[in-house]
Design a protein around this ligand. Structure first.
Ligand SMILES: Nc1nc2c(c(=O)[nH]1)N[C@H]1C(S)=C(S)[C@@H](COP(=O)(O)O)O[C@H]1N2
Ligand SMILES: [Mo]
Length: 442
């Protein structure tokens, strides 16, 4: 007993200093638990090099999407607060010039994000022995490195997980998606920059010593383990490879391209939409000319057919106040434009809309040069029932209060009696079931 205690505390035994006791590690905590000969600096580096451009695309388009939301304008904030970057965003106005701009931005964001998932998972697999590393903390520097990795992996999984669930419009959480996804990505990007700085020499050495493409030429039988000292993820007790590195990378690449292609179908729409067979949209659509994806049905947000019946009026508030019936609106000169609805979730659909240009209505209300337009819906409460257009959007002659689509009246689910359609505006701001426009002159 005493001897055991002495041993446990590293005390002297017969005058000799005992080495500090190392408890026997079990299972995954033992480094020789990990058998794949594929793991190592080269494999992790290749996966990182493939991942990085996709993450950059996601980061840039994600930040641009927040610019497009113009959250400093009344009714546009979906973050619930003005947010950390609001001073910067306030300076940036999203243009209306290129109608497809937001569709392109969100298409890239979602396609790149989804395509990154198989690569991200493979990358995590390639370094998983590090998660179980013992001793858990060796030095202060090691502690900082592990903490930064915990932040990197934790925030990375959070950002990807919330993004994917948002595409499915499935919210099994209490927090609000947009601010969590945004701020989660700030943590992710900060931890990523730190990780890149720390790991760049390892990557450079791996490519210098093993070549960038040379390991791809090896078959499974020729596949050998990397030098143990090159990375903590290298197996100390490797088994024979059951797949070559090129086989693994090929499978990951195929999964990535396959998932990306599926998402492209959703973003481009038209005949390609059929590719997006796992996408939730396309389930809830209308009929005939109104047969294109519906985001939220009238029933789901509590807008009733009675509210949109003959008693409906459009209230226009400018220098004068007007109250217009749908027939009044139909008697005004109509404009037609082919414009996309581009949802933040990455799907888009381009249709032929017609209705009254917003600038026309401003003129009727006695407002010349527009500063902004505040748009309110029959739908009560929440961020979806209202929106504000910036000056460029308000002044664009293609910005419509649409009454018909593809030659037919809007269906109730697509926003009957009247909805907003504005070039390059995020889908969420193309307010349906409009009942009031308030013009602010410049
Ligand atoms: N009043 C109101 N307008 C709304 C919404 C809503 O929920 N309520 N959803 C928005 C979102 S998120 C999108 S992408 C588009 C989709 O238009 P659609 O359902 O006609 O395709 O409408 C926007 N307009
Ligand atoms: Mo949307």
């Amino acid at each position: 007993m005493i001897r055991a205690l002495e041993k446990a505390f590293g005390m002297r035994e017969g005058g000799r200093r005992l080495p500090a006791p190392v408890p026997p590690e079990r299972g995954p905590f033992r480094r020789d638990f990990w058998k794949s000969p594929l793991r190592g600096a080269w494999l992790s580096s290749v996966l990182s090099a493939a991942l990085l451009p996709l993450i950059v695309v996601c980061a840039v388009t994600g930040l641009l999407s927040h610019v497009a939301y113009d959250t400093e304008l009344a009714g546009n904030s979906v973050t619930g607060s003005d947010g950390l970057l609001s001073p910067i965003y306030a300076e940036l106005d999203w243009p209306a010039g290129w109608p497809w701009l937001y569709a392109l931005n969100q298409g890239l964001h979602v396609v790149a994000g989804v395509a990154a998932i198989p690569i991200l998972l493979a990358k995590l697999w390639s370094v998983i022995p590090k998660l179980w590393e013992r001793p858990a903390v060796r030095t202060a520097a090691h502690a900082v490195e592990r903490l930064s990795l915990a932040l990197l992996v934790g925030s990375g999984l959070f950002v990807f997980f919330t993004g994917v669930l948002n595409i499915q419009i499935y919210y099994p959480w209490q927090f609000s998606f947009v601010p969590s996804h945004l701020y989660g990505s700030f943590i992710f990007l900060a931890a990523l920059v730190f990780h890149i700085v720390v790991k760049l020499p390892t990557m450079a050495r791996a490519f210098r010593e093993r070549g960038v493409v040379r390991p791809l030429k090896e078959s499974a039988a020729q596949t050998t383990v990397e030098p143990v000292e090159s990375s903590e993820s290298v197996s100390t007790a490797p088994r024979a490879a059951t797949i070559s590195r090129r086989g693994l990378l090929g499978a990951v690449g195929a999964a990535s391209v396959g998932l990306g292609a599926m998402m492209v179908g959703q973003s481009v729409g038209g005949p390609l939409r059929g590719l997006a067979f796992l996408a939730p949209r396309g389930v809830d659509t209308g009929v005939g000319p109104n047969d294109f994806p519906v985001n939220k049905t009238a029933a789901s947000v509590g807008v009733t057919p009675e509210q949109t019946a003959a008693a409906w009026r459009l209230n226009v508030v400018g220098r004068f106040e007007l109250s217009l019936t749908r027939d009044d609106l139909l008697r005004l000169p109509q404009s037609s434009h082919r414009l996309p609805i581009a949802c933040v979730e990455g799907w888009s659909t381009t249709q032929d809309w017609s209705g009254v240009p917003i600038v026309e209505l401003a003129g009727m209300a006695g407002v010349g040069e527009l500063e902004s337009v505040f748009v309110e819906s029959l739908q009560e409460g929440g961020a979806f029932g209202q929106t504000t257009l910036n000056a460029a959007q308000a002044a664009d002659p293609r910005s419509l209060l649409a009454l018909t689509v593809n030659g037919a009246d809007l269906s109730l689910d697509h926003g009957f009696p009247a909805r907003l359609i504005v070039p390059a505006l995020p889908g969420v701001h193309n307010t349906k079931w409009v009942e009031r426009l308030t013009f602010q002159s410049a």
